[in-house]
Design a protein around this ligand. Structure first.
Ligand SMILES: [Zn+2]
Length: 161
């Protein structure tokens, strides 16, 4: 008998980058669980060269912000502000960018980028130009070890859940 697969549109939950990881939440490295509660999980972006680039994802497979439940929505603001404060404390960023697009193939699961905007960020990288730090090949990415170390520092800055 074929297994039942929950589906939204053309991408199944089992194929979803976020859902695959959330399903293994107890075994994930720090960089994949910078923070977590009943509705949200925070990961360090895996393919960025910018230390501290975070992604806030709902634990449920959701492809539109409009589909978030009231309970999920209630946690969204505190997470965005809390992560921004933690990034300021840990990275020394001047402020954060918060962006939700979810348009890339295979990444339709709602995800809020929370990006440290460093004081010395070159003008051409400010605003949407910051996405030049994302989607990079492996040799240009923040190393897994550095991501894990940042994740632990950010956890400490976030305080108890
Ligand atoms: Zn998903």
């Amino acid at each position: 008998m074929a297994p039942t697969i929950a589906s939204r549109g053309t991408v199944t939950v089992m194929d979803c980058f976020s859902c695959v990881r959330t399903a293994r939440i107890g075994t994930l490295p720090p960089r994949e669980v910078v923070g977590v509660d009943g509705h949200w999980r925070v990961a360090h972006a895996f393919d960025t060269s910018l230390p501290g680039w975070l992604v806030l994802v709902p634990r449920r497979h959701v492809t539109s912000v409009a589909e978030l439940t009231d309970a999920e929505a209630a946690g969204l603001g505190p997470w965005l502000v809390g992560l921004s404060r933690a990034l300021r404390a840990v990275t020394g960023c001047a402020k954060t960018y918060v962006v939700q697009l979810a348009e890339k193939e295979g990444f339709a699961h709602v995800h809020f980028h929370v990006v440290p905007r460093m004081p010395d960020l070159p003008p051409e990288r400010r605003g949407p130009g910051v996405f030049g730090f994302l989607g990079l090949p492996e040799d240009r990415r923040v190393s897994d070890e550095r991501q894990d170390a940042l994740a632990l520092a950010l956890r400490a800055a976030l305080g108890p859940a």
